[in-house]
Design a binder for this molecule. Structure first.
Ligand code: PHE
Ligand code: FE
Length: 293
């Protein structure tokens, strides 16, 4: 996930000026490939009937079910033929402008390390499983591929408006934690959800979180949690509609409007919200109660 945090200020040793590093596929050992295989099997079983069609199709057309951590060069070959995207390796989170520039040029930056066997369920930094399994399948979809490139261009533009934190909420609530309506049912598409065993159940089935119809201004007003499951998920009607609402809109007046509006807290519900389901918020209430002495 990219939450705007980053660790290095300049490219670390061995990285190019664009922060990319060779994936060095041959350095992965058998245990690392086994972690990928385990996570892959667990998630693909869970995502049948839960992830959106375009995502499941992407897994298939990119042959992601081959055993082991994917070789980015091979994966990029398949992806380039479909939508012109490539996958390149970076050592960890990169500065925002670098991240946006890669997206604007249809390069998806992926961490090249994989979590340890004791971190299957949770880790803080995006690893190759989150980045590749979570993000790359949808890049095989032409509309989604256009959305991600437009987001990169929009990111560069947001820097001129000092609005990166507002724009980052759009990324968070779509690319990372988005839901989509498909044949009258809610399906998953956000990478942070589909790569998480716990959240891919929680986001669809738990009564706690709100599920609210996507609205650009509403989303860009809403803070998000980086430490736990989301308290609200936003539902897009289709990738076409998302692209239309973002790439075809001029955000200058949106950023100006946001200056006059208060930020919203993650669980807030507004009278104007179109709710698919109002959440009970019980999950977080129970947690807070337990945390008190
Ligand atoms: N159209 C937006 C702008 O004018 C850019 C953008 C496109 C942002 C797609 C996000 C996603 O700044
Ligand atoms: Fe991510």
């Amino acid at each position: 996930m990219s939450d705007g945090l980053h660790i290095h200020e300049t490219p670390p040793e061995g990285a190019g000026p664009d922060w990319t590093v060779p994936q060095d596929w041959s350095h992965y050992d058998a245990q690392e490939h086994a972690v990928w295989d385990l996570l892959f099997a667990r998630q693909t079983a869970q995502l049948q009937g839960r992830a959106c069609e375009a995502y499941l199709r992407g897994l298939d057309v990119l042959s992601l079910s081959r055993p082991g951590i994917p070789d980015f060069a091979e994966l990029s070959d398949r992806l380039t033929k479909l939508t012109g995207w490539q996958v390149v390796a970076v050592p960890g989170l990169v500065p925002d402008a670098v991240f946006f520039d890669h997206l604007a040029n249809r390069r998806f930056v992926a961490g090249n390390f994989i979590r340890r066997p004791d971190q299957l369920d949770y880790l803080e930094e995006p690893d190759v499983f989150h980045d590749v399994f979570g993000h790359v399948p949808l890049l095989a979809d032409p509309i989604y591929a256009d959305y991600m490139q437009a987001y990169g261009l929009g990111g560069l533009r947001s820097l001129e408006f000092g609005a990166i934190h507002k724009l980052a909420r759009l990324y968070w609530y779509t690319v990372e934690f988005g839901l989509i309506e498909e044949a009258d049912r809610l399906k998953l598409f956000g990478a942070g959800i589909v790569s998480s065993h716990g959240e891919s159940e929680f986001a669809l089935d738990d009564p706690s979180p709100n599920r609210i119809a996507f609205d650009l201004l509403r989303v860009m007003r809403t803070n998000y949690r980086i430490d736990d499951y989301q308290q609200s998920y936003f539902v897009i009607p289709s990738f076409e509609a998302l692209l239309k609402a973002t790439a075809e809109a001029d955000f200058a007046p949106v950023y100006a409007a946001l200056e006059t509006l208060d930020d919203l807290a993650p669980p807030d519900v507004l009278p104007d919200d179109r709710l698919f389901k109002r959440g009970t918020q019980a999950y977080w209430r129970n947690k807070t109660a337990r945390a008190k002495p």
